[in-house]
Design a protein. Structure first.
Length: 213
């Protein structure tokens, strides 16, 4: 199977695995309690705001940052919830520890610990599409080997891959960057490379973003 065919299979798998339908909640119901060690645990951001780990969070409109200064709902989706479930499934892991988060506006970063190695997802959370497009172009130009993902594998979006574990997509002015270069060269019981993992994970996030438009 060629590399392009493998990536196409991964993209289809992401569509099937992620299933990021938002949970329906009673607006008047009290939130369920969580613990610091539970996958449903909340994450305290550097600005003091709290992001739920099991859901995608209520960080304002899908395309804009929270009025309190936190990341947008779209950016927060990379950390926990169905994206975390998809990553565990793609890498054939029983579970994942709650990821570490960082918010340095406009950049939101979520780092998953994969058997002691980092899988880093970040979103440049631009609210102005033109600013986001400029950032994406600058980022692509700054990374050695970054080449456009061609054809259907680009999912109809500006995108690039370095070929060694870094994949990026631009949607609605927001740059999603998945960096799997810190992971072992062979993953998912030897069936996936770093680059394939980065592409599969990015596809899972994009499924969430599309489903929450």
């Amino acid at each position: 199977m060629t590399s392009s065919h493998r990536l196409a299979v991964l993209a289809v798998a992401a569509l099937m695995l992620t299933g990021c339908a938002a949970a329906t909640a009673d607006p008047g119901a009290a939130p369920a309690p969580t613990t610091a060690t539970s996958p449903e645990a909340s994450h305290t951001m550097p600005d003091g705001s709290v992001m739920p780990g099991s859901e995608h969070g209520e960080h304002g409109a899908h395309g804009s940052a929270d009025a309190s200064g936190g990341p947008s709902e779209a950016a927060a989706m990379v950390c926990g919830g169905q994206v975390e479930t998809a990553i565990a499934s793609q890498l054939r892991l029983d579970d994942l520890e709650p990821p570490a988060t960082a918010w340095d506006a406009p950049d939101f970063t979520c780092t998953y610990d994969v058997d002691g190695a980092p899988l880093v997802l970040s979103v440049h959370d631009a609210t102005d599409p033109a600013v986001g497009e400029a950032h994406f172009a600058e980022l692509q130009g700054s990374l050695p080997g970054a080449e456009e993902i061609e054809g259907m594998l680009g999912l109809g979006l500006p995108s690039f891959s370095t070929g060694d574990g870094v994949v990026a997509f631009l949607r609605d002015g927001k740059t999603l960057l998945v960096d799997a270069t810190g992971l072992p060269e062979q993953l998912a019981d030897g069936t996936m490379t770093q680059s394939e993992v980065a592409y599969a994970v990015a596809s899972s996030v994009l499924v969430c973003w599309v489903e929450h438009d």
